[in-house]
Design a protein around this ligand. Structure first.
Ligand SMILES: Cc1cc2nc3c(=O)[nH]c(=O)nc-3n(C[C@H](O)[C@H](O)[C@H](O)COP(=O)(O)OP(=O)(O)OC[C@H]3O[C@@H](n4cnc5c(N)ncnc54)[C@H](O)[C@@H]3O)c2cc1C
Length: 287
């Protein structure tokens, strides 16, 4: 069923300030429209409930990848194609590049944005596990304010998040602390390309004196939100990456995730795949 297009309004403000003023002056009336790759699917299906959209695609203030000594900062409108063509991201944040290369096909990669992926808040989205494992922070801006918050904790429940009706997601910031770390990203879907994840696993780790000194693990499609596996991370800290650790971690990770049966998979399959990927990650750390 197709939506009746005249029922919708799309406005194109001249600047970020104008977009934010609109959000502030008519709270809840307007919503952002970035690449439109999630929104247009709903529109086509006649399932796009909201009627008034602000086109933010042309706002240069929300674009660009900046690198300084401590961080890489990405505008919310950074596309998957932008991600894949950035050399610093390739060297230091390869899981984000892998996620981008496995997101949709070329048309989606040219148009879909990281900001849209985050705010669309699908638990099966492919960039959020990498962003969580890299300890990303996000900037929310309104007419009156700008605030940075850890990405971890931004999503509070299925499609629930800490963003006000007058705010836009403006930037995503990654700390440049990944040199020498092991990066491990796997997307498991029905097929190799153009699949929605059944499980998406992203993890980084450091080993000192044959012990895991630091690790961050995030998994998608196994809970109402993409989750950080904090209990498993705690267990791994200070342990050798050996078979006993694999066994214990495999038991522990079932408490970090809450998979369900749905049209793409079963809870049992998701749990087993998550355990297999965790075991593989620990073997990769061991080298
Ligand atoms: C064929 C196809 C394949 C796909 N494959 C994948 C895949 O493999 N993996 C995956 O993760 N996703 C996939 N997607 C989903 C989609 O492409 C991504 O989620 C994309 O990143 C959305 O970005 P967008 O800019 O198009 O968002 P939009 O559709 O413009 O917006 C999505 C939501 O985010 C909000 N929003 C957007 N930008 C902002 C902002 N800056 N501040 C506040 N709110 C904002 C919008 O209001 C809307 O609610 C696919 C989609 C299609 C159609």
């Amino acid at each position: 069923m197709r939506a009746v297009v005249p029922n919708y309004e799309l406005t194109t403000p001249a600047s970020l300030a104008d977009a934010l003023a609109l959000l502030k002056n008519e709270p809840g009336v307007w919503k952002p429209f970035a690449g439109g790759t999630d929104l247009m699917v709903l529109l086509e299906a006649g399932k796009l409930p909201h009627r008034n959209y602000i086109n933010i695609w042309h706002l240069d203030e929300l674009r660009g990848i900046e690198v300084n000594d401590t961080h890489v900062t990405l505008g919310a409108l950074t596309t998957y194609t932008d991600v894949q063509s950035d050399p610093v991201l390739h060297n230091e944040f390869p899981m984000l590049c892998e996620a981008a290369s496995e997101t949709g096909g070329l048309a989606i990669q040219n148009r879909g944005t990281l900001g849209g992926n985050i705010v669309n808040a699908s638990p099966a989205a492919d960039s959020p596990p990498a962003l969580l494992a890299y300890d990303a922070e996000i900037e929310l801006v309104s007419s009156d304010n700008s605030r940075w918050l850890p990405y971890q904790g931004f999503h509070t429940g299925y499609k629930q998040m800490q963003i006000g009706p007058d705010e836009l997601l403006a930037r995503i910031r990654l700390p440049r602390n990944t040199r020498g770390a092991t990066h491990y990203y796997r997307k498991v879907g029905t097929r190799r390309a153009q699949a929605i994840s059944k499980v998406c696993f992203a993890a980084v780790a450091r080993v000192d004196d044959a012990q895991i000194s630091e690790t961050r693990i995030a998994v998608g499609s196994v809970a109402p939100i993409v989750v950080r596996c904090l209990e498993t991370e705690k267990l791994l800290h200070g342990r050798k990456p050996d078979s006993e650790t694999i066994q214990l971690a495999s038991e522990t990770i079932s408490r970090d995730i809450a998979p369900i049966d749905d049209i793409r998979s079963t809870a049992n399959y998701r749990l087993q795949v998550t355990r297999n990927l965790l075991a593989d990650f620990i073997r990769v750390i061991r080298g």
